[in-house]
Design a protein around this ligand. Structure first.
Ligand SMILES: CC(C)(COP(=O)(O)OP(=O)(O)OC[C@H]1O[C@@H](n2cnc3c(N)ncnc32)[C@H](O)[C@@H]1OP(=O)(O)O)[C@@H](O)C(=O)NCCC(=O)NCCS
Length: 208
């Protein structure tokens, strides 16, 4: 797979080649642009089964929370304009699942099919692997051909089809679950396992 250099310390204002898409961690100042991309995507029914209306403050709060938990939150930046964003969240809250993330990706309506997703998703994959996560899960609306293709092009494979789990625009929707291993995946135990054989470290376990 193509290696994407994540511009960790990229200064959004730094000079760069015109027309070059760079992927960098989001900043609080990116929130309005991310909100505009999200809102347009939801309004056009492109965003899977999501209807949730958001405000810039919701995005800022979530971003901060993800940062605190070392979960990547990235933007694609074209000549200083945010043209897409992607982020990972825990797959599930219970501690046993702490090496697994799920993610979302959105590209600006005016920049679709221009290679933004192909830059953003591999960068998110690399950033999640670098944080020590081992598996990555995507839920994609079964009717969302572009997203299914993008994910498969980035090494995800279909592991399940969840039938009729969503209802929008007057009909039931299936959701495809795709999965990709990160780094060594499940071929080796996580670091620190030997010191804590249950593998639960000092994380408290939620009761049912
Ligand atoms: C899915 C999405 C992120 C793809 O982003 P993008 O920047 O348009 O994708 P790219 O231009 O990088 O294309 C990457 C690959 O995806 C596939 N793809 C993207 N758009 C496609 C389309 N309209 N039709 C068919 N395949 C498509 C192709 O395989 C493409 O590779 P190729 O150009 O070499 O053939 C974008 O369509 C989007 O934001 N959609 C709305 C939100 C959404 O659905 N998010 C995903 C929720 S799971």
């Amino acid at each position: 797979m193509q290696t994407i250099a994540l511009n960790e310390d990229a200064d959004p204002a730094a000079p760069r080649k015109t027309g070059e898409i760079i992927v960098r961690p989001s900043t609080e100042a990116d929130a309005p642009a991310m909100l505009a991309i999200y809102t347009r995507s939801v309004q056009r029914g492109q965003n899977g089964l999501t209807f949730e209306a958001l405000h810039a403050d919701d995005i800022k709060r979530r971003r901060k929370n993800m940062q605190k938990h070392r979960l990547p939150h990235l933007v694609a930046d074209l000549d200083g304009t945010v043209v897409g964003y992607a982020y990972a969240v825990p797959f599930r809250k219970r501690p046993a699942y702490r090496y697994c993330v799920k993610h979302s990706i959105y590209v600006h309506q005016d920049h679709l099919r221009a290679g933004v997703g192909r830059k953003l998703l591999p960068a998110l994959i690399e950033a999640c692997a670098a944080e020590g996560y081992r598996q990555m899960i995507a839920y994609v609306d079964a009717a969302n051909g572009p997203s299914l293709k993008l994910h498969e092009a980035c090494g995800f494979r279909r592991v399940a089809c969840l039938e009729g789990i969503g209802f929008k625009f007057g009909r039931w929707y299936d959701s495809v679950m795709l999965q990709r291993a990160l780094g060594p995946g499940s071929s080796t135990p996580p670091p620190g396992f030997a010191a804590s054989p249950l593998g639960i470290g000092d994380v408290s376990i939620e009761s049912d």
